[in-house]
Design a protein around this ligand. Structure first.
Ligand SMILES: Cc1cc2nc3c(=O)[nH]c(=O)nc-3n(C[C@H](O)[C@H](O)[C@H](O)COP(=O)(O)OP(=O)(O)OC[C@H]3O[C@@H](n4cnc5c(N)ncnc54)[C@H](O)[C@@H]3O)c2cc1C
Length: 502
């Protein structure tokens, strides 16, 4: 389907705002900003391309672009690292993509009040390279650490691998500046000013403007928490002969009360099979190993040492076998950058198929993990039995609660997909499977997603079920702040806000 170009007069206005070098309308600039790594309907690629891409350098430029979009009724979609796994940065209704990558400076490093203020286009790797020189880190640590950006972390309200110790994005971002759908620029945060961590004045707006997937505005600056660079890091990989043993031990480790504990991860048997077969960096385990736990702790050297002893004591008492320093340290290090590993060639019908990685994530109560695991694998098995383009790559469960890691787990099933095979039938089957996966999560007292968001086809249909009356509040807020529905329209069923009499 060919998309109408924006009027010349609109492009001229964009050039006047951002500069000729920062406005793109050429084919590859547009097509490349249509896709994200989540299952992407490549057979419908043209349905999602933007009409223009701008790379602004200031909040004022973004504000002007948003005002222009309101005047002309053109959708605006913010795009950061484009690693989001729920299609958030996909311009479903075309329009203008605001790519924030050029806004990537550190604005202020405050040693006294322990904050760093940054533009939204900086990534955690670059930021931490600078902070380390001063003895700090910014501990938002997703597996997309080198390629997701601070703006996207706020747009998704991300989850951090070491969140049990340091918190997740919502805990680490103190305040931020945001361009509202009207074009107005405001600042929201945990307290007064940019750097206060707690206040009780008024509504707690910071959380409203996190995880909205660009539907309520564009973040243009953020003030972030600094923590001491850890003196010591301890990671242990532990093997179990049975998934249920490993599951029980995961709970015991997470409930240990060890203050330096940063995360506990449970790998199931299908995940181990996938790692044995497909991960070049993985050190294969003997056949008797049916479940593996990774646990990690960070902090001052003396505290980490004592905590590690306790964690290993618990692991031993629960029947775990320590897998040695090489895999413990090597595999844990590789968990902070999974971007390259998910692509595999698999032999299919005598030819090599390029399989891409796709991840369904949900927050699941600890007690429900075994049941959810069985039901999710059964759903994916039915898909694999019908079509030879899908593979079950196993499941992980990661501690999910910030500072309180015992209650629920970010639970992920990974599916390999031969994307060149998409057509309407396979896409519809995939969307159905995702809807079923989401339903299982909700039926077991979980949420559809723990960190990616739930905008994609299939799962998004269940958002009103998960949120109940909260979904009506979401629609009211969206319509009040974005009366013309220009901010990332088509996401989260929020078009309903404009269809209904409120
Ligand atoms: C290999 C891999 C591993 C991953 N591991 C993790 C993980 O461990 N934890 C985790 O949380 N996620 C993980 N993800 C998902 C993804 O990295 C996160 O969702 C991340 O926060 C997205 O950031 P981004 O910069 O890529 O944002 P994008 O994908 O560009 O955008 C994400 C959303 O935020 C919106 N947005 C972008 N910029 C702004 C802005 N300035 N203001 C307002 N809204 C904005 C976009 O419109 C979109 O809706 C992983 C992804 C991959 C590919």
């Amino acid at each position: 389907m060919a998309i109408a170009s924006l009027a010349d007069a609109v492009i001229e206005e964009l050039v006047a705002i951002c500069g000729a070098d920062h406005v793109f309308t050429g084919g590859s600039a547009l097509f490349n900003r249509a896709r994200v790594p989540a299952p992407f309907p490549a057979h419908r690629w043209e349905d999602h391309i933007p009409q223009a891409v701008v790379l602004p350098t200031t909040a004022e430029q973004i504000s002007e672009v948003v005002r222009l979009a309101n005047r002309h009724g053109i959708p605006v979609v913010p795009r950061a690292g484009a690693t989001g796994l729920t299609d958030g940065a996909v311009p479903l209704r075309h329009g203008i993509v605001v790519d924030i990558k050029l806004m990537n400076r550190i604005v202020e490093l405050d040693h006294e009040d322990r904050t760093v203020t940054v533009q939204p286009g900086i990534n955690m790797l670059k930021l931490n390279e600078e902070l380390r020189k001063h003895g700090y880190i910014y501990p938002d640590n997703p597996a997309s650490y080198p390629c997701s950006l601070v703006g996207g972390r706020i747009g998704t309200s991300g989850w951090s691998l070491i969140g049990a110790r340091y918190g997740h994005t919502r805990d680490l971002v103190i305040s931020f500046e945001i361009v509202l759908p009207s074009g107005e620029i405001i600042r929201v945060g945990d307290g007064g000013g940019r750097k206060v961590r707690k206040s009780s004045s008024g509504y707690q707006l910071k959380h409203l403007f996190m995880g909205h997937q660009g539907t309520l505005g564009i973040v243009t600056e953020a003030t972030l928490e600094l923590v001491n660079r850890p003196e010591a890091e301890f990671s242990a990989f532990l093997a179990y002969p049975d998934y249920m043993d490993a599951w029980r031990a995961t709970g015991e480790l997470a409930r240990s009360g060890v203050a330096t504990l940063a995360g506990v991860v449970l790998f199931d048997e299908l995940k181990l099979a996938y790692l044995r077969r497909d991960d070049e960096a993985y050190i294969p385990q003997p056949d008797w190993v049916k479940g593996v736990i990774a646990c990690a702790s960070y902090g001052n050297a003396d505290e980490v040492r004592v905590g590690a002893k306790r964690l290993l004591r618990i692991a031993k008492a629960s029947g775990g076998t320590y897998l040695g320093d090489e895999i413990s340290q090597g595999d844990w290090a590789s968990r902070h950058d999974r971007y390259a590993t998910p692509q595999h060639g698999r032999t299919r019908n005598g030819q090599v198929a390029l399989m891409s990685w796709h991840c369904e994530d949900a927050a699941i109560p600890f007690s429900q993990l075994p049941a959810v695991r069985e039901e999710w694998h059964a759903i994916v098995k039915r898909l694999c039995d019908r079509f030879d383009m899908f593979d079950d790559w196993g499941m992980f469960a990661y501690t999910n609660g910030a500072f309180k890691p015992w209650g629920d787990y970010l639970t992920e099933i990974d599916v390999g997909i031969w994307e060149m095979r998409w057509d309407e039938e396979t896409w519809a089957a995939w969307v159905d499977a995702k809807r079923e996966i989401a339903r299982v999560s909700i039926e077991h007292g979980g949420s559809i997603t723990a960190c990616h968001g739930s905008c994609r086809e299939g799962e998004v249909d269940l958002v009103p079920l998960e949120l109940g009356g909260g979904f009506d509040v979401m629609k009211t807020i969206k319509r009040a702040l974005d009366p013309n529905n220009i901010m990332n329209p088509g996401k989260y069923l929020l078009d309903q806000a404009y269809d209904e009499e409120q």
